[in-house]
Ligand binder design. Structure first.
Ligand code: ATP
Ligand code: MG
Length: 220
């Protein structure tokens, strides 16, 4: 599902070497944890795979296609990738339902279909009763669950999660992990989770360790 070859990402004209030649592959439906000390390049890696940023060098293939070949990165993201961030990134002026609907505007759905699907997704993450609330009126865990529902709005093949449990307590983190790992299993979604959370690494199919922009050891 994902092939990463000799990936390099340098910032500030080469002064900051965030990734120094990273290679690995991920199979379809696998749930892989990306771990390593702060600043080792986890977020950078997810941003490159999700085409939020472009590599300095190296290749990334997603579902058999080099992402450089996608002429429109927006389209690639909208069709293939769901993002879950540590700080949720929900739009505060929209209700949870409207937030989940948002990515669906790039599909040709009627208003009714869009609302129906958003409601279904929110009910899958246990939030149907909160769907007309604004993000500031719900808890951190509820926000993150809404963000997961939003990530699934376009039925992505790949979900990229950057410290999805970084801002919630252990119990809420468990609920979020339950939802994410279930998605992998039930929907066959491939998932990469950047994390410092040992719970995540325990539950992942595989762990990739990064240090100083390099893979530290080959996955078990
Ligand atoms: N836009 C940027 N411009 C310059 N340097 C950057 C930029 N983004 C990240 N870096 C640097 O690249 C390196 C890798 O950063 P990255 O955010 O990928 O680390 P991380 O593993 O996600 O860390 P954390 O666990 O703290 O989230 C760091 O040294 C960081 O300072
Ligand atoms: Mg990070």
């Amino acid at each position: 599902m994902i092939i990463v070859k000799d990936l390099l990402k340098h910032y500030e004209k080469g002064l900051v070497k965030a990734l120094n030649g990273v290679s690995f592959t991920v199979k379809k439906g696998e749930c892989v944890a990306i771990v390593g000390p702060s600043g080792c390049g986890k977020t950078t890696l997810l941003n490159l795979i999700g085409a939020l940023d472009v590599p300095t060098d190296g290749e990334i293939l997603v579902d058999g296609k080099n992402i450089r070949e996608h002429r429109q990165y927006n389209r690639f993201r909208a069709e293939m990738v769901g993002f879950v961030f540590q700080l949720y990134h929900l739009i505060p002026s929209l209700t949870l339902l409207e937030n989940v609907e948002l990515p669906m505007y790039s599909l040709s759905l009627s208003r009714k279909e869009r609302k129906g699907r958003a409601r279904e997704l929110l009910s899958e993450v246990g939030l149907v009763e909160r769907m007309n609330f604004y993000p500031t009126h719900v808890s951190g865990g509820e926000r993150q669950r809404a963000a997961i529902a939003r990530a699934l709005a376009n039925e992505p093949k790949l979900v990229l999660a950057d410290e999805p449990t970084g801002n919630v307590d252990t119990e809420t983190g468990d609920i979020i992990l339950d939802i994410l790992t279930k998605l992998c299993r039930v929907r066959g979604i491939t998932m990469l989770i950047a994390t410092h959370d040992k719970e995540v690494t325990d539950r992942a199919d595989r762990v990739i360790r990064i240090r100083n922009g390099l893979i530290e050891e080959l996955p078990q």
